[in-house]
Design a protein around this ligand. Structure first.
Ligand SMILES: [Zn+2]
Ligand SMILES: [Zn+2]
Length: 60
């Protein structure tokens, strides 16, 4: 029942920092997978699709 120290909006899952990714990132992580992290770092122009392989991104 005590307030969690150093947490903003506790409980809500963070979305993957990849703009084209629909997945939720694990707590403490900005990306859902290494794929998204690499792609985001590479600065690739293809930021309209995500191929991380997770169900939310497998629209075909
Ligand atoms: Zn994704
Ligand atoms: Zn992702």
């Amino acid at each position: 029942m005590a307030a969690t120290p150093g947490s903003i909006g506790a409980g809500a899952p963070a979305k993957c920092a990849h703009s084209a990714c629909n997945c939720a990132a694990p707590k403490g992580q900005r990306f859902c997978s290494e794929y998204c992290e690499k792609l985001s770092r590479s600065g690739s122009a293809a930021h309209t699709d995500c191929d991380c392989g997770h169900p939310p991104c497998k629209k075909r």
